[in-house]
Design a protein around this ligand. Structure first.
Ligand code: CUA
Length: 335
């Protein structure tokens, strides 16, 4: 009794912890915020209900068999269930086969409606270990934040420069792989303006878990402004400190990996930093972006993201301070 009670207590604690997980604000694929995810849910729900019905039926029949089996003798069983063999054929092969084939055809048909091409804004998303590059048709390039116009369809061409990644925004649609050397296609549409968290859904190495991103659905007019601003060159340094920071950036290894439009920096190994101060996180959703975290990140990115390609720096505190000031000035020009 004592052991059982201890077990029960431990079990309730675990259950509470598990349920507490449900209460957090992590995005749920059951909370669809766009038509692609609603189509995916329309495949999922019928499967859940039929699977539940089958499970209940099997459990009830199993329990019935156990209860009856205790009451009757072995030889009664054959006489009692003369259609036993036929029942196994019908239920085991016929009914199961019909359900499985039915769902196969049903999900293919639903998936086909999901895959149907339709016009929309065309953007490109490129997977990197471990961040996302996003390119717009007007030349705008950004990282880890996919801006889209709310209520409008956006077609995405996806590829990867290294290993297979997978783009997944649980509230907006199913997962799509990014495959090196190939282009895959997906589309996103959010009913309402808002921020929708996404995550790499294909194991891609040490920092797979730190390969998050955000889909930011802007009101359509704001989106047009955002895309135009993002395509513009960077704001020139407006203070002596920022000017010094730009020199630090251009005369150190930063320039070997990053681009800042409007300066000689045009490398594409790391995220484009032309308007980096407009973004909210560092390291693809790993830490929030502010002056302190940015300085700590540049000093040694590996302390937040072990294995990251960006090396630690040997800048002096003064140079680092100037660099951070410069990078955080890279917003949109005030209107
Ligand atoms: Cu990229 Cu997992």
């Amino acid at each position: 009794m004592k052991g059982e009670r201890a077990y029960l207590r431990r079990f309730s604690v675990l259950l509470l912890i598990a349920l507490a997980g449900c209460a957090t604000k992590s995005p749920s694929l059951l909370d669809a915020k766009g038509p692609a995810e609603r189509t995916a849910s329309s495949i999922w729900w019928p499967m859940v209900w039929v699977a539940t019905a089958v499970t209940v039926f099997v459990v009830v029949m199993g329990a019935y068999g156990v209860v009856r089996g205790r009451r009757i003798r072995e030889e009664d069983i054959r006489r009692d269930v003369p259609w036993g063999d036929r029942f196994i054929l019908i239920a085991g092969l016929g009914v199961s086969g019909a359900i499985l084939i039915g769902f196969f055809v049903f999900s293919l048909a639903r998936a086909a409606t999901l895959a149907r091409a339709q016009p929309g804004l065309e953007i490109t998303v490129i997977g990197h270990d471990w961040w996302w590059e996003i390119r717009y048709p007007n030349g705008a390039v950004t990282a880890n934040e996919i801006h889209i116009p709310a209520g409008q369809r956006v077609n995405i061409s996806l590829t990867s420069v290294d290993v297979i990644h997978s783009l997944w925004v649980p509230q907006l649609g199913p997962k799509i792989d990014l495959i090196p050397g190939r282009t895959t296609h997906a589309w996103l549409k959010a009913d309402q303006p808002g921020e929708y968290r996404g995550q790499c859904a294909e194991y891609c190495g040490l920092q797979h878990a730190h390969m998050a991103f955000f889909v930011i659905a802007d009101p359509p007019n704001d989106f047009v402004t955002w895309m135009a601003n993002t395509a513009n060159p960077a704001t020139p340094p407006s203070s002596a400190l920022a000017m010094q920071g730009q020199n630090v950036f251009l005369s150190n290894t930063c320039i070997g990996c990053h681009a800042i439009k409007g300066t000689p920096a045009n490398a594409t190994l790391g995220p484009d930093l032309t308007h980096m101060a407009t973004r909210t996180t560092l390291g693809a959703g790993t830490i929030p972006l502010n002056a302190n975290t940015l300085a700590a990140w540049i000093r040694n990115p590996g302390q937040f993201k072990p294995g990251v390609t960006m090396p630690p720096t040997t800048l002096t505190s003064q140079e680092l301070n100037a660099l951070v000031t410069y990078l955080l000035s890279l917003g949109f020009p005030a209107r």
